[in-house]
Design a protein around this ligand. Structure first.
Ligand code: HMG
Length: 393
């Protein structure tokens, strides 16, 4: 029996800011963004979007797919919700999600945190659970809004998005291997104290720590699995911005892949970067949107191909793991709805972006209705007496 990803879909907000527009207004050279960090646009959430609404919208294609195939959604008896944009210090965001999706009450729900890494912890926990109870399915959700202070180097690496993954036995997309390589190290490269809504980051240091972590996790992975660089066809890296993955891949290849040309190395990751370039960082969801990007944007049949994954969360924890594409995986893709969603985002000018950035959920305990901005099925309608009010459009 194999265990892994049976279905996967993502969602991003309905607004985007072109980084050329950002550069034109903050005095940067646009090429620094488009070439230096390799980003074109970033998704910007509306006032009525948060990690719960994005997660619920990401789940829609999965549940519709199950319904169309006559599969029982009650088989989902666990939701693992990974985020570092938590909306409550106590209640798990996944409980709101569970309610919006009208899932069975016989379902455990919990939230996980370790910067961008926690979706991978969730995925690994889910595979272990399914290996023990193969009839059950786990819904792994990763949802985040990457937000830095205005006029800082991090501003151009903002973005948002959510990914939803069904983990099952005999998966139809990716069969995951049990061997993984792990590296944990206590560093202050990026963090967000409870009293802040924006992250603090030692930017250049964070890129160095990321590279150190990818190598250490890879070394552990090799010891655990015996696999070599040449055993892999494609790679998906955590994507704070697309240049970071290119740097990580070259760093890993250095000393491991003498026979591969620069173009061959680029071909191993280029399709995974396409969506990130136009959504920006989505923290926990980023690497998994990279996987979707690889699958949606590769015309050739990838069945049987081995993908290497490097998940990184500042602070820091990194994990290298691997999976193989399953025959017929194309039937499970949601390529058209992803591409339609991306194409129908509304471009913002700088003034609109500033306005949207300035919005924060009121904390006065009063009743506040939020403007209807999202096109998604689920929205945050407002807040009343400190309680978030969600609705289905
Ligand atoms: P910066 O100071 O804006 O940029 O910081 P820079 O001066 O380092 O320039 C960036 C690159 O653009 C450089 O290339 C420049 O040479 C190039 P590199 O030397 O790196 O190859 N450049 C140009 N290229 C072409 N034409 C030009 C031009 N000008 C400059 N005219 C930084 C960049 C990424 C540090 C900043 O945006 C930042 O702090 N971002 C947030 C932190 C981050 O994303 N870190 C990534 C690793 S940590 C991580 O991935 C975890 C994270 O997702 C959080 C979590 O785990 O929860 C962030």
């Amino acid at each position: 029996m194999s265990v892994g990803i049976d279905d996967i879909s993502f969602y991003t907000a309905n607004f985007s800011l072109d980084l050329q527009e950002l550069a034109a207004n903050n005095g940067s050279d646009a090429a620094k963004y488009t070439v230096g960090i390799g980003q074109e646009r970033m998704s910007v959430p509306g006032a009525d979007e948060d990690v719960v609404t994005m997660a619920a919208n990401a789940c829609v294609p999965l549940l519709e797919g199950m319904a169309q195939r006559g599969e029982d959604a009650n088989a989902i008896n666990t939701i693992l919700f990974a985020t570092e944009t938590g909306i409550d210090q106590s209640k798990a965001a996944g409980v709101y999600l569970h309610s919006l999706l009208k899932l069975n009450s016989r379902c455990r729900v919990v939230e996980l945190k370790q910067a961008c890494y926690s979706a991978t912890a969730a995925l690994q926990l889910a595979t272990a659970w399914v290996a023990r109870k193969p009839k059950e399915k786990v819904l792994v959700v990763a949802s985040d809004i990457a937000r830095y202070d205005r006029q800082t180097p991090g501003e151009a690496t903002q973005g948002c998005g959510a990914v939803a993954i069904i983990v099952s036995a005999n998966p139809r997309l990716v069969a995951l291997d049990a061997e993984t390589g792990i590296h944990t190290e206590d560093v202050m490269d990026f963090w967000r104290p409870n009293y802040r809504s924006t992250a603090l980051v030692d930017g250049k240091y964070s890129t160095k720590v990321y590279l150190r972590c990818v190598r250490s996790a890879w070394q552990d992975f090799q010891q655990q699995s015996g696999l070599q660089f040449g055993d892999f066809d494609y790679f998906c890296y955590h994507l704070p911005f697309s240049r970071m993955a290119q740097k990580a891949h070259n760093h890993l290849a250095n000393g491991n892949a003498h026979e591969l040309s620069a173009q061959a190395l680029e071909d191993q990751i280029s399709s995974s970067l396409i969506y990130n370039r136009i959504t920006g960082n989505s923290y926990t969801a980023a690497m998994y949107i990279g996987l979707i990007s690889l699958l949606d944007n590769t015309a050739q049949d990838l069945a049987g191909k081995r993908v290497g994954f490097f998940s990184y969360g500042s602070g820091s924890v990194g994990e290298f793991f691997t999976g193989t594409l399953v025959v017929g995986y194309q039937d499970m893709l949601h390529q058209q709805s992803h591409q339609h969603m991306l194409a129908s985002r509304k471009p913002l000018n700088y003034a609109n972006y500033q306005q949207m950035y300035a919005f924060e959920v009121p904390t006065d305990g009063g009743d506040h209705a939020f403007a209807e901005q999202t096109n998604g099925k689920f929205r945050l309608a407002g807040i009343s007496q400190h309680k978030r009010l969600y609705e289905v459009r």
